[in-house]
Design a protein around this ligand. Structure first.
Ligand SMILES: Nc1ncnc2c1ncn2[C@@H]1O[C@H](COP(=O)(O)OP(=O)(O)OP(=O)(O)O)[C@@H](O)[C@H]1O
Length: 253
């Protein structure tokens, strides 16, 4: 039986236009196809400007593709109901500075349609887990960069997501903060859920991910390899393959 496909891009194209009459075009995504299955943690890597953030923003309905298709849990991304099943830590999380950490989590939990009883149960547990419990009542304006990153992770977990998307979440995190990330990713895998980690920290990707998808200049340069659902975590290192013609034409694993 095929594992649930939590996220998929099919020949996705994103063109940004600039200059006179929009004549200059930049192809942030140029025919990118990949799938992320339930039960696997996928690393999305590549140099600056490769299109990594554009790819995840497309999967999150934050960027409208110029061509191709994108799906969450088998449904087109235009169907926004599936967003409540996703947790997302953006590249530079920021929160209303006058809210406390507990209020931020309550706010985002409400937006993600988490029932009040669940929010009351989850918020203290997440604050404890992310090491913010002793500062839970303080306004976020007093938080350090690493604390904001930790709150970003707690925020992404408030709805117990089936797909967790982390866009360079390791910026500013200390060793225990990185361990926290690895634990969250391992937990996703262990519970048969999916995760995408965008990172330049190759060591973190090797430790945390089952396989790697690499982009460069808006194109896939490595072919994703299917991960047997429920199979042992073998690390990302063995999952790389050279680019193939199939990759270029958008054929899916
Ligand atoms: N809103 C936008 N308008 C115009 N160009 C954009 C926009 N967003 C992204 N781009 C361009 O698209 C390309 C891909 O950007 P993207 O942020 O997806 O890359 P990335 O791989 O995440 O890069 P980094 O590692 O630097 O974060 C870049 O050339 C960027 O300048």
């Amino acid at each position: 039986m095929t594992a649930t496909i939590a996220a998929e891009l099919r020949d996705a194209v994103k063109v940004y236009r600039s200059g006179l009459l929009g004549r200059r075009e930049l192809r942030a995504l140029d025919g990118v196809s990949f799938r992320v299955h339930a039960g696997e943690v996928v690393g999305l890597v590549g140099p600056n400007r490769a299109g990594k953030t554009t790819a995840v923003k497309t999967l999150l309905s934050l960027s409208r593709p110029s061509g191709g298709q994108a799906f969450r849990f088998g449904l087109p991304i235009a169907d926004r109901r599936t967003l409540s099943r996703v947790g997302y830590v953006p590249e530079r999380p920021s929160f209303p500075p006058y809210l406390s950490a507990a209020e931020v989590l309550d706010y985002y939990g409400t937006l993600a349609l988490v029932p009040a009883g669940e929010r009351r149960r989850r918020i203290p547990a997440l604050l404890e887990r992310t090491g913010l419990a002793d500062r839970a009542g303080e306004p976020v304006s007093r938080f350090s960069k690493g604390m904001v990153q930790r709150l970003g992770l707690a925020q992404a977990l408030i709805n117990d997501p089936e797909l967790l998307v982390l866009d360079e979440p390791d910026e500013g995190l200390d060793v225990s903060g990185r361990e926290l990330l690895h634990e969250a990713l391992a937990e996703q895998r262990g519970r048969g859920r999916a995760a995408i980690l965008v990172s330049h920290a190759i060591r973190d990707v090797e430790i945390a991910c089952d396989r790697v998808i690499a982009l460069a200049e808006g194109r896939l340069v490595r072919r994703p390899e299917p991960h047997p659902a429920g199979g042992p975590h073998r690390g990302a290192a063995g999952a790389l393959e050279p680019a193939t013609p199939a990759t270029r034409t958008g054929a899916l694993p």
